[in-house]
Ligand binder design. Structure first.
Ligand SMILES: *[C@@H]1O[C@H](CO)[C@@H](O)[C@H](O)[C@H]1NC(C)=O
Length: 308
């Protein structure tokens, strides 16, 4: 008879479970949101899309379509703001994608961005790229300073977000007519190793009553999703919603629940989610909103910090 110690038994049992994202606290989406900033100008003047934090160097980057670009071009502008919303720098990216979500990763004092790249005819990136943020630089999709990755070979569109607390790359990809989520160690992904996702499942709630999908991020075991439309598109109805998903089961844990963050903003289109841990150790789930008039759109960031 083979005798296993309890520790060996636990290790063996864990190895037999295919998808395991370690347990973590979960945000309570029914609790209020707080302002980081409102009405800030980006380098270009279109609506903001996704945004990302380099949690090590404490930097913030916001994506938007480049001024004058068509939706199908995939031409983006990435603006770096400080945490009061002051402009610090920008990059232009040619032929990358829509910008719904992207990630940032520290490498020493430099920040590397993870974005979609190689926009298809609808303007969505087909795979991912990683490159150093360099203020004032324009990168084309064929630049040699990009490293490209296709996490799921059969995936036709890829975007990503970073769990900045647990250093994981969360990838949302299109396959077989639907959206899927896969989670990887950021260190493994950086080396191009996508062979062992911690989770890989079909995104639940593919459409919440026709509202537009607007962003996602993850903290530990839970994925967070954002939907909604501008007041212009919804006839003035506040329809922004958030939900959380247990990535070990692929099932919804909370929501969708209405979020009233920034309800008094003009226009108010939900745009992007990201995770950030403050120097004091408070973990924040951020949501972005575009406000203002065409030709002078503004960036607004809010966060939730209550855990269940
Ligand atoms: C993840 O799931 C997709 C199906 O949606 C599959 O094509 C892919 O091979 C899976 N990745 C791994 C590493 O198992």
């Amino acid at each position: 008879m083979v005798r296993l110690s309890i520790a060996a038994f636990v290790a063996l049992a864990a190895s037999l479970v295919s998808a395991v994202v370690p347990n973590s606290p979960r945000f309570d989406l029914s609790k209020p949101s707080y302002d980081l900033f409102r009405h800030k100008t980006l380098h270009d003047d279109t609506v903001q899309q996704g945004f990302a934090f380099d949690n090590v160097n404490r930097r913030l980057f916001v994506a938007q379509r480049r001024n004058g670009a068509t939706a199908a071009s995939g031409d983006l502008c990435i603006t770096q703001l400080d945490f009061s919303g002051k402009y610090l720098g920008h990059m232009h990216l040619t032929g990358f994608g829509h910008g719904v979500s992207f990630g940032a990763q520290a490498d020493g004092s430099a920040t590397y961005l993870w974005t979609e790249v190689d926009a298809n005819k609808n303007g969505y990136g087909q795979q991912l790229a990683r490159f150093k943020f360099v203020n004032g630089k324009t990168l084309s999709k064929s630049s040699s300073s990009l490293k490209k990755y296709k996490p799921v070979a059969a995936g036709t569109e890829h975007t990503c977000a970073v769990d900045t607390v647990n250093n994981r790359l969360v990838v949302r990809y299109q396959k077989s007519g639907g959206k899927h989520i896969a989670v990887y160690s950021l260190a493994a992904a950086t080396k191009g190793d996508f062979s062992a996702p911690l989770a890989n499942f079909t995104q639940p709630l593919p459409a919440t009553k026709g509202k537009s999908f607007q962003g996602y991020t993850a903290y530990g075991r839970y994925l967070y999703l954002l939907w909604g439309d501008s007041y212009d598109a919804s006839n003035g109805v506040l329809n922004s919603q958030v939900a959380s998903v247990d990535m070990n089961t692929g099932r919804v844990t909370q929501g969708p629940v209405i979020t009233r963050a920034g309800s008094t903003l003009s226009f108010r289109e939900p745009e992007g989610m990201a995770l950030y841990r403050t120097a004091d150790g408070q973990v924040r789930l951020f949501m972005g909103f575009a406000s203002g008039k065409a030709g002078d759109r503004r960036s607004n960031l809010f966060y939730k910090n209550a855990m269940v």
